[in-house]
Design a protein around this ligand. Structure first.
Ligand code: NAP
Length: 484
């Protein structure tokens, strides 16, 4: 029997799963996508300057050799174009149900009853049955709007970076940006060029290292296309650099000090004013929060029309943003670069597993899953980019492919032996292994970040080398699961 598979989400993960199934000749799957377009985070984040700070020759599928990247770090439109290219080349678009939001999924003893409804309108929910559910809804899909008093009283125009208001021309405006993470670092430079005044509200400074971006000339692109092995070699080089140099910096290894020096050197080279430099110097170890990789951010902050405010925001007033020193910063536009509700994994969908147990309830203290993929009590449910599979140093697409291969290995088991569920003892051993590995990582102490819950548990990041993750996910899955 070929399993009926529901995939939730048509971003990098969901598309990877769908393409892999197609390549294996399995067409009994449906991709549910709540939006009207594919691409996930690369569809949502259209802010000016949006792009990836992992080079695209690595931040792309290993099976889809793509030699047309125009630069080392392409922008959002090019990455979205790549995903559309893959979707069409592998003919999975016909299997995507756009504008269809999955709201619930319940295990009925043999398979999953998936409830979905149109994302807009009032149509009644519908239910369809599947043997397997693959949830690929991402970690950074739900914008976080901060709970600042008075937010709704603002008289001007306000929006989140992942819901950019392109109809609102920023030319000549007085703009406030709240937040200075990777997203804000990318959109602040183009906004600063257009706005009359830009006030950047920084709560915590980030470590920033340069982004060695460069265009690929048509000649280089041709070389990638025609010279056998060149593209693969380049990809391999980026991967090994990230793994061999950046990972040890996060694990307290030999390059931790180098990373700090590199970031401080970058700050000194780009910011001459000692007062501004002091504001921008973090007091926690590099990597504790996601390191920002950008060469345009600091220069934008030194522009005469830009002010960096580090006083605490106390209130949003109709006319602007008030800070703890009693100042009202008058603005007509507020852009929230305040990140995502990253620890609420799978929150948009109500999952009910064996005996009706609620996944939300089971994850009350923080999300967890074996390999980030499987959850005890939830047979035949697989997660992509699940708990503890985010990286601060390498390509998430690499991790997604490991997860997809693991799920592909599981399919013959569950078709021949019945629904498969990760054993409680497997999960306990996994939890202990993660906790041991976490001990040496830089994320635990000294900062708050989107990698962890309010109580400080790191639920988002993978604490080992990606080579280890690949080995663990490649093991035959039989012994870790029970069946029936
Ligand atoms: P983020 O890293 O979570 O940054 C959110 C920012 O908003 C932080 O500066 C935070 O300050 C600030 N903030 C939140 N609540 C606030 C409040 N109540 N008052 C004042 N400031 C507040 O979010 P992001 O920049 O959207 O990036 C999220 C992740 O997306 C990145 O870490 C990265 O993994 C990914 N991303 C990647 C790329 C790429 O090139 N690969 C580009 C963009 C995003 P605190 O630091 O004090 O909390």
């Amino acid at each position: 029997m070929t399993p009926r598979i529901a995939i939730i989400g048509a971003g990098f993960g969901g598309l990877c799963m769908a393409i892999r199934l197609e390549r294996a000749g399995i067409t009994s799957y449906t991709v549910f996508e709540q939006a009207s377009g594919l691409g996930g985070t690369w569809r949502d984040n259209t802010y000016p300057g949006a792009g990836c700070d992992i080079p695209s020759h690595l931040y792309s599928y290993s099976f889809e050799k793509y030699t047309s990247w125009t630069r080392r770090y392409p922008g959002q439109p090019e990455i979205l174009g790549y995903l559309a290219h893959c979707t069409d080349k592998y003919d999975v678009r016909r299997k995507i149900r756009f504008d269809t939001a999955v709201t619930a999924a319940a295990f009925d003893g043999t398979g999953w009853r998936v409830t979905f409804r149109p994302s807009t309108g009032t149509a009644e929910p519908r239910v369809e049955e599947f043997d397997v559910v693959v949830a690929a809804v991402g970690q950074l899909n739900r914008p976080h709007l901060p709970d600042i008093p008075g937010r709704s009283t603002f008289d001007g125009v306000a929006f989140h970076s992942a819901r950019w208001n392109h109809g609102h021309d920023l030319t000549g405006r007085r703009v406030a940006v709240i937040g200075t993470g990777s997203s804000a670092a990318q959109f602040i430079p183009p906004v600063a060029e257009r706005a009359a005044r830009l006030t950047v509200f920084q709560r915590t400074p980030n470590w920033v290292i340069p982004k060695p971006d460069a265009e690929f000339s048509p000649r280089t692109q041709r070389a990638f296309h025609f010279v056998p092995g060149l593209q693969r070699l380049y990809r391999e080089w980026i991967y090994r650099y990230a793994e061999g140099t950046l990972y040890p910096a996060l694990a307290g290894g030999w390059s931790a000090d180098l990373l700090r020096k590199r970031a401080l050197g970058h700050l000194h080279a780009q910011v001459r004013d000692p007062a501004l430099r002091a504001k921008l110097t973090p007091d926690y170890p590099p990597g504790c929060k996601r390191v920002v990789i950008d060469s345009r951010f600091y220069p934008a902050l030194t522009r005469p029309n830009v002010e960096v405010v580090t006083d605490k925001i106390t209130r949003i007033a109709p006319g602007g943003v008030e800070t703890s020193d009693g100042r009202l910063h008058e603005v007509d536009t507020i852009v929230y670069g305040t990140g995502f509700r990253s620890t609420e994994f799978l929150a948009p969908v109500d999952f009910a597993g064996r005996d009706g147990r609620s996944l939300r309830e089971q994850w009350r203290e923080g999300a967890e899953a074996y390999l980030g993929i499987a959850v005890p009590g939830f047979p035949n449910l697989f997660l992509l980019y699940g708990p503890n599979t985010n990286l601060g140093h390498n390509s998430i697409v690499y991790m997604l492919e490991c997860q997809v291969e693991h799920i592909m290995r599981c399919l013959p088991y569950l078709t021949s032996r019945g629904p498969m569920e990760v054993r409680a003892e497997t999960m306990a051993a996994w939890r202990a292994q993660l906790a041991r590995a976490m001990d040496g990582m830089v994320w635990g102490e000294g900062c708050q970040s989107w990698y962890k819950t309010a109580t400080g548990r790191v639920t988002n990041n993978w604490p080992g080398p990606t080579t280890l993750y690949r080995r663990l996910t490649a093991r035959p899955p039989g012994g870790a699961y029970k069946f029936g």
